[in-house]
Design a protein around this ligand. Structure first.
Ligand code: EPU
Length: 338
């Protein structure tokens, strides 16, 4: 395995920042991982495991080792009359896995089409879109424990998946390097079309019977119409989480702002649409230097050119302050600030 110095990260962070890592290596075996961990220990440096960098904001050059996952391969590892268990290497692009499943008529992840990032990052974030989360189909995760340098298998329950959260982002942050993910997909897909205008978008095809392919195509069309392509305009998807509030707080807000957009959770609490809060504070389409709020989706902060990380963070701070002042709601960043 080749450890490289002063490695450019421009192609490895979807904000497109022009930053470097002091050291970089790409790992594709447990042996590679042990070697990388040993190098960091011997040199007293930090490491950070990176997929495609689609949900991180580096605040500047990274003064340690970027460990880039290169585990490949997709294959069926088990099945039963109703399900197929698909195992995929953590370095594969997530959307390639979705396409693979949809091509075989397997149901479960078609709503998660076109999400940027790698397979390995999917459980870290518990990626979600259009009414589905990876939590709904995750069977298990294989990883290397960077402390003991042993291979481990974590069940979906072990991963403690929550809204854009998991043990990999919270209690066990930095502890595991995910090498593969196994999903439980259905041979007889039950389509989930209840989110927003997804049903109308699928129906627009004019077909009488829909399948996972139609759902994938519809999700791709909706995403392309609302969200910026990081290849064209640097961004990391939703910058903030949708905040959860207590019912009494929500009722009060609803009286003051009748147009507020919120979803009732099974717990009785409400999830507020952060995009609406930010838009209502007047931020949609606003530019601050080279940083900006996307003009079609206020939850997305974009790099209009050569924005520096601090410009993006400054804009995010101002948004947080104004949402707090107007609604009394604290926004939490979804993006991982490194
Ligand atoms: N809205 C506004 N103004 C805006 C943006 C949204 O009023 O500028 C309203 C919309 O009209 C809609 C509601 O807010 O009624 C929700 O908007 P949308 O469906 O676009 O979804 P979101 O809550 O803003 C979440 C996820 C996205 C995911 C979409 C679709 C989070 C933090 N974000 O966004 O995930 O694609 O739902 O399911 O939960 C990501 O995590 O990076 C991401 C893009």
């Amino acid at each position: 395995m080749n450890i490289q110095r002063d490695y450019p990260l421009k192609e490895l962070n979807t904000f497109g920042f022009n930053i470097d890592a002091k050291y970089y290596c790409r790992v594709a075996s447990t042996g590679d991982i042990c070697q990388a961990v040993g190098f960091c220990r011997d040199n007293g440096i930090n490491s950070f495991v990176l997929g495609e960098g689609s949900n991180v904001l580096f605040t500047g050059d990274f003064n340690g080792m970027i460990i880039h996952t290169g585990f490949e391969g997709i294959g069926m590892v088990a099945d039963n009359p109703r399900e197929i268990f698909l195992k995929a290497g953590s370095g594969i692009k997530w959307d390639i896995l979705v396409e693979y499943a949809v091509n075989r008529g397997l149901g479960g992840i078609e709503n998660l089409s076109l999400i940027p990032g790698t397979v390995g990052a999917a459980p870290v974030q518990n990626i979600g879109a259009y009414g589905v989360e990876i939590a709904d189909v995750l069977h298990s995760v294989e990883a290397v424990d960077l402390l003991s340098q042993k291979e481990v298998v974590l069940s979906a329950k072990d991963c403690e998946l929550g809204y854009r959260n998991s043990i990999f982002k919270s209690g066990m942050k930095g502890r595991f390097l995910i090498t593969s993910v196994t999903l439980r997909l259905s041979r007889y897909p039950e389509l989930k079309l209840g989110y927003g205008n997804l049903f109308e978008e699928v129906k627009n095809t004019g077909k009488s019977g829909f399948g996972v392919r139609d759902v994938r195509d519809a999700v791709c069309r909706i995403r392309r119409s609302k969200l910026p392509d990081p290849g064209v305009l640097g961004n990391a998807g939703s910058f903030f989480k949708n905040p959860e509030v207590l019912p009494g707080f929500y009722e009060d807000l609803k009286n003051r702002f009748p147009g507020i957009i919120a979803f009732r959770l099974p717990s009785g609490n409400y999830k507020l649409a952060a995009g609406w809060l930010i838009e209502t504070c007047g931020w949609k389409g606003i530019k601050l230097g080279n940083a900006g709020v996307y003009h079609k989706q206020a939850l997305v902060i974009v790099n209009h050119g050569n924005a520096r990380p601090d410009e993006i963070l400054e804009l995010a701070d101002r948004i947080e302050v104004s949402v707090k002042k107007t609604f009394g709601v604290s926004l939490e960043k979804e993006v991982n600030v490194i």
